[in-house]
Design a protein around this ligand. Structure first.
Ligand code: SAH
Length: 262
């Protein structure tokens, strides 16, 4: 076994989908790894940067397979690193934004293994940008709040705090609960006409999107077939979207786009 000093795990962010949104640092890390543990939202084309002969293990939950339990992934990372292998844990977007990268970093730290974090472009910024929606714009929003629509504890979302924050709201993993989220925001005094969009498979060739209002988004997304994995973005900045890039417009005539163009 090699000395402890050589034990190394890279937590690599692979970006939101389009392989060209990978960073140069991510490519260099991929080229060094002997073992890659790859999540399912990672585009397969990025594996072309893997070292020839590298062992590639898919640990994702989509595609009909059951997801690999988190603790098992953490144990695998530690075990492979302890054999002296350079390990890469490859995740969609940024490893520290809803990617469990924090948990994995702590597991590695507890095992005395050095983790190097390679930031990636998170879906919450890059996916709205595909529709030309800036998540902040000083005329429309004083900030952006990233939340998950789905929590491990099931703790309810504090809709009042969200509405009062007066920021753009970007929701990851929110499609299953979209109706409740829409109702919760409106009950917390958000106008039902607030512009809102949902974008599935953003940055990829099969991207689909719907631009609507928070009141109508659940129905419009259903009609447009915009389901998980999708980013939901809510706030005045959605009024800046460029329809040419959306692939689909909500069926309502008075969409925020037309209002913005008027
Ligand atoms: N670490 C990732 C997020 C992981 S959580 C990041 O920083 O982007 C997975 C969720 O991210 C999905 O359920 C979806 O809500 C969102 N997501 C990731 N890639 C996406 C894409 N290309 N298009 C739309 N949503 C995406």
């Amino acid at each position: 076994m090699l000395s402890k000093a050589s034990e190394k795990v890279f937590l690599i962010g692979a970006g939101p989908g389009d392989p060209e949104l990978l960073t140069i640092k991510a490519v260099k890390a991929l080229q060094k790894c002997d073992v890659l543990l790859v999540d399912d939202l990672v585009h397969p084309a990025i594996l072309r940067y893997a070292k020839p002969g590298a062992r590639i293990i898919h640990v994702g939950k989509r595609g009909g397979c059951k997801s690999t339990p988190q603790k098992f992934i953490e144990r695998m990372m530690v075990r492979f690193a302890q054999t002296g292998a350079i390990v890469g844990r490859v995740k969609g977007g940024d490893p520290f934004v809803f990617g469990r990268g924090g948990e994995e970093m702590l597991a590695l730290r507890a095992a005395g293994i050095d983790a190097e974090i390679i930031s990636g472009i998170t879906a919450g910024c890059a996916v709205p940008a595909m529709l030309q929606i800036p998540v902040t714009h000083r005329d429309h929003s004083r900030g952006v709040t990233f939340i998950t629509g789905h929590t491990r504890t099931g703790k309810p979302i504090n809709y009042h705090a969200l509405v009062q924050s007066d920021t753009t709201i970007v929701i990851y993993m929110g499609m299953t609960n979209l109706s409740e989220i829409s109702a919760g925001l409106i009950a917390a005094n958000m106008s039902s006409n607030t512009p809102a969009a949902a974008i599935r498979n953003g940055t990829l060739a099969d991207q689909t999107a719907v631009i609507s209002t928070i009141g109508k988004l659940p129905e419009d997304a259903r009609l447009a077939g915009v389901s998980s994995p999708a980013i939901i973005v809510i706030g005045g900045v959605v009024g800046l979207a460029n329809a040419v890039h959306s692939g689909f417009l909500g069926p309502e005539a008075e969409s925020p786009l037309q209002a913005a163009a008027a």
